[in-house]
Design a protein around this ligand. Structure first.
Ligand SMILES: [Zn+2]
Length: 483
């Protein structure tokens, strides 16, 4: 046993000294015999990985590809089509004479849509949301715009290609994935009724509670420079005649409503902007809206709760760089450094994960919600889909979704750009789960491109991560100084 171990160790030590090796990181070819499929419209794409030893000449499909001093490569190449062989052929000639070859075929995805002509006509049925974090989109593969609660019911008028067409109110249709609903026997669903309620202001919030006889899909939006929260309750009729107010509510001025064909449109008018978010939930046969203005702890980062979310983790590696650097590891290191910086300024800091754990997207946003975070910041390192050129698109980017997150996104992006000193890859509106929470400002940063060799090299250095942590901390501090 021991002799075998020594022999194995010797073999492991000796074998890399001989021969040359190509390690292809992307496209992934680890499942044996799997053929990579490209979108038929693509004419070029990228391959990345590394060679061992790190010096020599790498040629892919007849083109010489640049190697970094660590042996990393990122190639942007035309995709060959029939009658040429549809394959990647990588040849590496190491300094010293050894060589390695790697070849694998690829194919183009079929774009012909199957049309199901045998399906019986669909008769309208009530469907009930049977999953948490379900999403309703404008049309199949359109934008998500309604996030219905568990138990929310709607009338489905059609079923095709895995989606139900649902009626949100008179004249407004949307689509919901069949995986998220249970079909009921009923075909009729009377409109929900919205009735009387009250407003009050427990510490730090304004709360508005209105009786509603069932949970309905709703669409909420901050308008009038963030001073009004407009909530459309679909398929709802108003029987709302009395609302009790509390004197001295610091945030909420009053509620108005109109009856529209698609439902009731509620307007919660603020005395100032609802700058720190809101939440809407169906609780005890009522619609409950919580509104947050500036935090009760006043200006400055001291006493604020910041939730940092290192992206991915566990079996979800995230992006992988040519040298094998994993996004999940880089962003965790960055989160721990940023935590120190923020704590030094008196913030309460929580991390969604502190080790290499598997964690769902909504477990992360739930944690921020439970912590009553003043800010949620999700940390990532970027990659691109097939067909986009990482040699020309790289650098730092920042994403937000809710209007009340815009100010935080802007100031954090400015400081990220200064600290990283890379290309500005943009400040983006993005419909991402980690940018979507309504309860607090939520921002997602892609600090650099892990698939781009010069940026992978930076992300492997603790100096660079410390610089990023300091820059992001400056951004967070400045955000909490905004009056
Ligand atoms: Zn990521």
């Amino acid at each position: 046993m021991r002799r075998l171990l020594i022999l194995t160790l010797l073999a492991a030590l000796i074998s890399p000294a001989f021969g040359a090796e190509i390690v292809l990181v992307y496209p992934r070819t680890d499942s044996l015999g799997a053929v990579i499929e490209y979108d038929a419209a693509l004419d070029s794409t990228f391959l990345l990985g590394r060679v061992l030893p790190p010096r020599g000449e790498l040629v892919i499909n007849g083109r010489t590809v640049a190697l970094t001093s660590e042996g990393a490569f990122l190639a942007w190449l035309p995709i060959r089509r029939h009658p040429e062989p549809e394959e990647w052929l990588l040849r590496f000639q190491a300094v010293g004479g050894d060589s390695a070859t790697l070849r694998f075929p690829y194919a183009f995805a079929r774009t012909t849509k199957s049309v199901d002509t045998s399906a019986a006509p669909f008769s309208p049925r009530v469907v009930k949301i049977a999953a948490t974090n379900a999403q309703i989109c404008t049309v199949p593969a359109g934008s998500y715009f309604v996030f219905p609660e568990l138990g929310c019911r709607m009338v489905a008028t059609d079923h095709q290609s895995g989606f139900f067409t649902v009626r949100l109110g008179d004249g407004l249709q949307a689509a919901v994935d069949e995986r998220w609903v249970a079909v009921e026997q009923d075909s009729q669903l009377p409109p929900a009724m919205l009735r009387d309620g009250y407003c009050r202001s427990p510490s730090g919030f304004s709360e508005c509670v209105l009786a509603l006889d069932r949970t309905v899909p709703w669409f909420a939006e901050l308008v009038d420079a963030g001073t009004t929260l407009q909530v459309t309750l679909f398929d709802t009729k108003a029987a709302l005649n009395r609302v009790r107010y509390e004197l001295d509510d610091p945030l909420l001025s009053q509620i108005t409503w109109t009856q529209q064909p698609e439902g009731v449109v509620l307007r919660l008018l603020g005395k100032r902007a609802f700058s720190h978010g809101y939440s809407i939930a169906y609780v005890n046969d009522s619609l409950r809206v919580l509104l947050r203005g500036a935090s009760s702890t006043g200006r400055g980062l001291k006493g604020k709760t910041v939730v940092l979310d290192p992206g991915h983790g566990g079996s979800a590696t995230g992006a992988v760089g040519p040298l094998g650097t994993k996004e999940k590891d880089v962003v965790l290191r960055l989160a721990l450094l940023l935590e120190k910086e923020l704590k030094r300024s008196g913030a309460n800091v929580m991390l969604t994960r502190r080790s290499d754990d598997d964690l769902g997207l909504y477990e992360r946003t739930d944690l921020a919600r439970q912590a009553q975070a003043d800010l949620l910041l999700s940390l990532h390192a970027n990659a691109l889909p097939d067909g986009e050129n990482p040699l020309t698109r790289n650098g730092s980017a920042t994403y937000y979704y809710q209007p009340h997150s815009r100010a935080a996104a802007e100031v954090i992006h400015c400081h990220l750009l200064k600290a990283a000193a890379l290309r500005d890859d943009g400040l983006w509106y993005g419909n991402l789960a980690l940018a979507r929470p309504t309860e607090c400002p939520a921002v997602l940063v892609e600090v650099a491109y892990l698939i781009y060799p010069p940026e992978e090299r930076l992300l492997r250095s603790d100096d660079f991560l410390r610089k990023l942590a300091k820059g992001l901390a400056r951004g967070v501090r400045e955000y909490f100084e905004i009056p």
